[in-house]
Design a protein around this ligand. Sequence first.
Ligand SMILES: [Zn+2]
Length: 55
Amino acid sequence: MTKCALCDEDVGNTPYNPMPEWKVKGPLCGKCYSSKLEEHYPGDHIRVNRLNEED
Ligand SMILES: [Zn+2]
C-alpha cells in the first residue's frame, strides 16, 4: 500500500507524482495533488492526466 506524502492516506491505485519544485517526497493522492496544483499554479489550466497531446 502506498501512502500519500502529505495526508498519509492510501493513494489507492492512482498515485500522483509531485512536481520537483513542490519539494514533496513521495506520491500524492488525487486530493493533495489537486490542492498542490491550485497552490502553485492558481488559475492555470493544468491537466492532471495527459491522455493526449492535441494542444
Ligand atoms: Zn493526500
